[in-house]
Design a protein around this ligand. Structure first.
Ligand code: ZN
Ligand code: ZN
Length: 115
C-alpha cells in the first residue's frame, strides 16, 4: 500500500510557498510533485505526522514550479523544505532566507497529516 504525505515547500527564487506531495515506495519517501499554484497566505495548516527514513525523488518529478530546480533540501535553520538546484550550489531558503552550503542527508520530516 502506497502511503502519501504532504508538506509545505518553499521556492528560494520566487519565495512562494507551495504544496509538495510525497509517496512512500516501500524504501524511501519520494518527492513526486510540487503544486503549480502557491498556497494561499495564512491558510489553515493541518496537523503534522512524522516522516522518517530515506528521502529521494520520484522518477517523474519535474522540478520546482517556481524555478525548475530538480532537487530539494530541508532547511537546517527553520526545518522547512525548499527547492535546490543540486550539485555544489548553495541553498537559499525561501522561508527564512538563510543561505549556505548543503550538508548531510534528510533523515526525517514533519509532514502534514494525511487525514
Ligand atoms: Zn524553486
Ligand atoms: Zn529556512
Amino acid at each position: 500500500m502506497a502511503e502519501s504525505a504532504w508538506l509545505t515547500f518553499h521556492c528560494g527564487t520566487d519565495k512562494q510557498t507551495r504544496l509538495a506531495t510525497f509517496h512512500h515506495n516501500g524504501t524511501e519517501w519520494q518527492l513526486a510533485e510540487v503544486s503549480a499554484e502557491p498556497l494561499p497566505e495564512g491558510g489553515a495548516m493541518p496537523g503534522r505526522i512524522a516522516m522518517t527514513g530515506q528521502f529521494g525523488l520520484a522518477p517523474g518529478y519535474t522540478g520546482c514550479p517556481g524555478c525548475a530546480a530538480v532537487n530539494f533540501v530541508r532547511c537546517g535553520s527553520c526545518a522547512e523544505l525548499g527547492c535546490w538546484v543540486g550539485a555544489s550550489a548553495d541553498f537559499t531558503c525561501g522561508n527564512c532566507g538563510i543561505q549556505g552550503p548543503v550538508v548531510g542527508t534528510i533523515k526525517s520530516l514533519n509532514a502534514m497529516d494525511v487525514a
